[in-house]
Design a protein around this ligand. Structure first.
Ligand code: ADP
Length: 478
């Protein structure tokens, strides 16, 4: 960065040097010559046979002032008592200009002859001493550009002479050079200071962030991106820190999942292997109870695999819902009937509170899945009283009739920090999992995906020690 700024400074200075010193003379000459030519054209074009001296005087006066050019006019013919070379116009810009009161016919003759030879117009650039000898225009030391034109005036021929004196620029160039040295030092110093500031504010944080990103790329999530004080790099570092946090979370969850799933698969598999071997080897072990254990464990395995398939399905494709109109209350009741065995065997109280039958337009199978997942969780995590309440309430808000389904348990509840996380894939509340009923951490993620597809509102209210209430809402169909 320092190098770039230094190069930029040097480039600026080079351009300045080039224009201010090397090309200054040429540019000045060019501009002066252009003014001279323009002025000469302007005056010459306005002169024709009908113009009188007074008018020419006026036009020349204006042009001389406008372009900073000296203008003289001399009569050429000696008829009517006028002498050859009589000055009939004299417009001074520079009082030392040699074209005024030209002494001696030789000078005028030279210009006249040159103009005649060149078809009436003559333009030349020269130094006076070289052309007219030392005595001519001795106070005029610089270069001159002269322009002559033969024009008709009051039926006579007149030689219009225009002169632009080119001032010597040596002293100006010297001044500019001295200034440029000072400017160069200032620009270089500013370039170095700016380079240091930029390097501290931008380059260094970017370099450090790049080093941290390299660590992240090889799976080291213990990184900290520091963007320094610059707003852009600070924003970038905040985004990268968030990305690193999310990556580390995902990595932890996946590791947890592999540990949990392998454990979950092993437990029922060990049971199935143990029981079936016993049934094969020991007479009298093939009892209906033992068979049931094998069937239950197989069901656990199936549900585990199904859950995992289900989640990957929602991840990979945009799911299409099969929307139909169905009786949600009826679905609720039949679902609860399936838990009757659990009620009888383990003494669970599963209460359904539904005031009326409600129809909804939704994907029946998916809603059933939501209900199963929520009720399963409630059964798994409910408290000692083994009570789970499923409540259906119909309400009207803003002219919209909606049904609210709540699945309430009396378990330990979920802490406020963990509440938003339970909906995430593979998430499990730590130290709070009953091994026997251990799930995959996928159930609520499936619920969330299905309810999002239905554009349905959903959520959970929970207080540690007071149980949880998982809820969702659906629009009531007419
Ligand atoms: P799992 O299959 O492990 O139950 P879920 O996605 O259904 O996975 O739930 C995620 C986590 O949320 C669970 O591990 C559990 O800790 C917590 N959780 C879910 N439902 C309840 C509930 N009714 N009461 C307390 N904790 C719950």
């Amino acid at each position: 960065m320092i190098l770039s700024f230094a190069m930029f400074g040097i480039a600026v200075l080079l351009i300045l040097w080039l224009f201010q010193t090397v090309l200054l003379d040429d540019i000045y000459m060019h501009l002066k010559q252009r003014s001279l030519t323009k002025c000469a054209r302007e005056v010459t074009e306005s002169v024709d046979g009908s113009l009188n001296r007074v008018q020419l005087d006026q036009i020349s006066s204006e042009a001389a002032k406008k372009y900073g050019i000296c203008i003289s006019a001399y009569s050429i013919t000696s008829s009517n008592g006028r002498k050859m070379g009589e000055a009939i116009l004299d417009k001074h810009i520079n009082s030392f200009c040699f074209i005024h009161n030209m002494k001696g016919e030789s000078l005028l003759n030279k210009l006249y002859l040159a103009a005649v030879q060149n078809g009436g117009t003559y333009k030349e650039s020269f130094s006076i001493s070289s052309l007219f000898g030392k005595n001519q225009g001795d106070s005029n030391t610089g270069e001159n550009v002269i322009y002559c034109n033969l024009v008709p005036l009051e039926d006579k021929e007149v030689l219009l002479v225009f002169n632009a004196e080119l001032m010597p620029l040596t002293s100006t160039v010297d001044t500019i050079r001295a200034q440029l040295v000072i400017i160069s030092v200032i620009i270089l110093a500013v370039a170095v200071v700016m380079a240091i500031i930029f390097s501290v504010r931008i380059s260094r944080p970017i370099r450090e962030m790049s080093e941290e990103a390299t660590k992240l790329a090889v799976g080291n999530y213990n990184v900290n991106f520091d963007g320094g004080n610059c707003k852009e790099t600070a924003n970038l570092s905040a985004t990268l820190n968030r990305a690193a946090y999310e990556l580390s979370k995902l990595d932890r969850m996946q590791k947890d999942l592999i540990a949990n799933v392998s454990h979950d698969l092993r437990t029922p598999l060990t049971m199935i292997a143990g029981y079936t071997e016993a049934m094969r080897d020991l007479p009298g072990e093939a009892t209906p109870e033992n068979m049931q254990i094998v069937i239950d464990e197989t069901a656990r395995l199936t549900s585990l695999v199904n859950d995992m398939l289900e989640v990957s399905k929602y991840q990979n494709t945009s799911q299409v819902l099969k929307i139909t109109k169905f009786n949600l209350t009826e679905v609720l009741r039949t679902t609860l009937e399936r838990y009757s065995k659990l009620k009888e065997r383990d003494g669970y109280k599963i209460i359904c509170e539904a005031d009326c039958d409600v129809y909804v337009e939704a994907d029946e199978n998916r809603i059933l899945q939501v209900l199963y997942n929520l009720i399963n969780n409630a059964v798994n995590y409910t408290g000692e009283d083994k009570t789970v309440i499923i409540r259906q309430t119909v309400s009207v808000s803003e002219g919209k009739k909606q049904v609210l389904i709540e699945v309430i348990d009396s378990g330990r509840g979920i802490s406020e920090d963990e509440l938003p996380l339970v909906w995430e894939r593979y998430y499990k509340v730590h130290d709070f999992h009953k091994r026997a009923d251990m799930g995959t951490g996928l159930g609520l993620s499936i619920v969330k995906n299905i309810l999002l597809l239905h554009r349905s509102e959903f959520g959970v209210n929970s207080k540690v020690g007071h149980g949880s209430c998982f809820w969702f809402k659906l629009d009531v169909a007419e």
